[in-house]
Design a protein around this ligand. Sequence first.
Ligand code: ZN
Length: 567
Amino acid sequence: MTGSSFCKRLAQLNVFLMFVAAGASAQASPQATAPSTSQPAAATATPPAPAAPTRANVLRGAYGPYRVNNDLLSYHLDVRVDPEKQTISGKNSIRFKMLQDGTRIQLDLHPALDIDKILLGAAPLRYVRDSGAVFVDFPDTLHAGQEYTIDFYYSGHPLQTARFGGFTFGKDPAGRPWIYTACEDIGASVWWPNKDQWRDEVENMQISVAIPNGLVDVSNGKFMGKTDLGDGYTRWDWLVQYPINNYDASLNIGNYVHFSDHLGDLPLDFYVLPEDLDKAKKQFVQAKGMIEAYQHYFGEYPFQKDGYKLIEVPYSGMEHQSAVTYGNHFSNGYLGRDWTGVGVSPKFDFIIIHESGHEWFGNSVSAADRSDMWIHEGWTTYLEVLYVEYTFGHEDAIKYVNGYRSKVQNREPIIAERGIAATPPQDMYFKGALFLNTLRSVVNDDARWFALIHDFYQHFKYQNIMTEDVVAYFNQQTGMNLTPLFDQYLRHTAIPTLELKFNEADGTVDYRWQADEPDFAMPIRVGKKTDWQILQPTTYWQTLKTPLKKNEFDVATDLYFVNVSKE
Ligand SMILES: [Zn+2]
């Protein structure tokens, strides 16, 4: 995600920037007695009990019976935006195939917006609104296997939520209209009617936006042309030729100027305010190196026919598919800061690198439920690390990823409750990336690791998947049982602790993992930095002979995100 949630969360980030020792609450493992030494005490506080989901969140989050019974095929969103009245009006033509016989489907539209009518052909349909859900009823049974199109007309003042979210009627610094959407958190139905969930995506989408003459709309996909409507408005038509998440569909309306470039056959299009054109021409050169890096690791840019776009906006940024929004002030780092605090982040523009990484993870490979959003954010944060490795080398990459340690909270599991539109904790970004860096060390063969993540992406591109799919793929491809590792890092709050008990007189050290998963077993490099040896600890005590004293015995904690307890 998202620049938008990303940005909104920044206020909270200040709270956790306090150093949380790589540590977590360690829970007693089932065997033996845990040594009573100093366990890292950070973050042992009981997480606050999650608030009960609202009815609106259940209706939006659950893949209920009136969603299961159909499969989206396409949308044509055709709207008019009036900057003076601050209204939107128009229709979404929704084409879908029934998977079961039925007389009702569930769509969604925020209660702040009015439904004008819903038509099947020329026939108006009845509907029932329940918070954000719209249950559409058909007079005759829709049959499994048949395709249908309904036209959903709506209008009103779309909601602006928080500072960046939802639909914003803003002004640029020169006082001209600047209107934009960013709705991953609240859902796309905050500004247009759709089946507002993550599991089912349309195969393609047309976006038509009518705006006053003289303004520019940049939406997703390929620009198909503009038409003067003769009433002071011009319609801008865009065509998305790939599956797309609802929240990625966007409009960006402003006094944009355009410049373009290309990377091989891939068109690169850039839209910025005229005052920022020179700065943008310099800064946006980084888009090429970014795409080259990600193509190196994962294969072709996923939306070749739609092209790649960067669009200036006043918030930090968002990964709108093929139309990435950008608000990082045309400078490196993140909003002027060294984002991971280790001197690497100032070498590149965080928003270009992060938000565009989502084209591969988030937009192409997508999670099927918001609970598993680490598939977007953990992976994309890891893509930053790969970009650093490709561009600046392995040493910088290891520094960069470990710069994320101090941002990890370990207060609740990365995977949130399913089916209630819950937002996972921000650990999905930083801990997610540190976990993937750990997994690379577990695979312990870089050629194999890079082939594995390449093939993983290729296998699941353009699909909506859950963590179970990721784990099954990694288990199958590596021949290892990685399930306890994934579960420990994603489904528990604590990271594993390597417990070491030295007996220097005997020249031995006892070792085991302390972890919530009873079957947790992870190899790890220990001993001397110049000559690591690989231990195979489990949750049972084992003994190693070593000439190294307690203070000479190192653990490769920059390669594995673990705690170490020595006594
Ligand atoms: Zn993101």
